[in-house]
Write a protein that binds this ligand. Structure first.
Ligand code: NAD
Length: 276
């Protein structure tokens, strides 16, 4: 059966590395998390990010706005954070209330403070293969693959999902490591047949149990990005019990990609502080 890629353990190592890097930096990075309104899921995510930041020595420069904040007010606040030398990272928690234009607000984040890696400039840098801040979830996947010692150069990599948050940057990161990358999405014909080609299979479709054992080449490395709350606990996009009998290595849900995402936010915050 498959080796389990333990994201909790690796996240602890990434966090320890970030803590050491911050001490060596000689001054505390400052992360401004920007939360608008009171969506409970967003509030929970931001709370977790803030808690972990403080634990590693990042200054918590949180800003919260009421759901009826205007575009201009929020734009002004983000510009001010961009100009503030004490703020080394800015994270605009999405989604925003529908009256706000998220793209226009993201565009106000200076690229070197874009610790989520989601601005147009960061996406452009990634697409062009230039240095820059990368989106946290796909960066965490790469870290998991590297820690496992997966060979990426020349490998067949299949990414299921093409979102700007996960699938697309994942494919670009794998391309940057010289994998032969195929991207699947909701219109892909015969998903299982394409997935079976993969030495490295990254699944980020948001559909519980989408990838079954017949979609996995024996010995493949399978990374499950999906998160679904079920009465039995968190589940992923991969049928874990069946696929772990076929795969060579697999991430569990929970305890795989999830913990890596916040760890990479801390790592990005350190990178940004170092660059600025
Ligand atoms: P999204 O809804 O933006 O994108 C889903 C993608 O999957 C789309 O590109 C779509 O074309 C593709 N897709 C949908 N149905 C498909 C099908 N039947 N076959 C093949 N492709 C299909 O979602 P997202 O933001 O990319 O997130 C994907 C999943 O990852 C969600 O479950 C989300 O909760 C989870 N997620 C986890 C983390 C983490 O830290 N672990 C972070 C971000 C997202």
């Amino acid at each position: 059966t498959a080796a389990i890629l333990d994201g909790r353990l690796l996240a602890e190592k990434v966090v320890a590395r970030a803590t050491g890097d911050i001490a060596a930096l000689g001054r505390a990075p400052g992360l401004a998390t920007v939360l608008v309104g009171d969506d409970p899921a967003s509030a929970l995510y931001v709370r977790n990010k803030r808690r972990q930041c403080v634990a590693v020595g990042i200054r918590d420069l949180h800003r919260r706005f009421d759901a009826d904040v205007t575009q201009d007010e929020l734009a002004e606040a983000i510009r001010a954070l961009g100009d503030d030398p004490g703020v080394t990272g800015i994270l605009l928690q999405l989604p925003l209330p529908p009256h706000l234009d998220a793209d226009a607000l993201l565009a106000l984040i200076p690229p070197d403070k874009d610790v989520d890696g989601l601005t147009e400039t960061s996406a452009g840098r990634l697409a062009l293969g230039r240095p820059g801040l990368r989106p946290c979830t796909p960066l965490g996947v790469l870290e998991l693959l590297d820690a496992h010692g997966a060979t990426l150069s020349g490998a067949e990599a299949v990414v299921v999902g093409r979102s700007s948050l996960v699938g697309k940057p994942m494919a670009q990161l794998l391309l940057g490591r010289d994998a032969t990358v195929t991207v699947c999405h909701s219109r892909t014909r015969d998903l299982a047949a394409v997935c079976r080609r993969a030495d490295v299979l990254v699944v980020a479709a948001g559909i519980r149990g989408l990838v079954a054992a017949d979609a996995v080449k024996p010995g493949a490395t399978v990374i499950d990005v999906g998160i679904h709350r079920t009465p039995g606990g968190l589940r992923g996009d991969v049928d874990f019990p069946a696929v772990s009998a076929v795969a060579g290595a697999i991430t569990p849900v929970p305890g795989g990609v999830g913990p890596m995402t916040i760890a990479m936010l801390l790592a990005n915050t350190v990178t940004a502080a170092r660059t600025l």
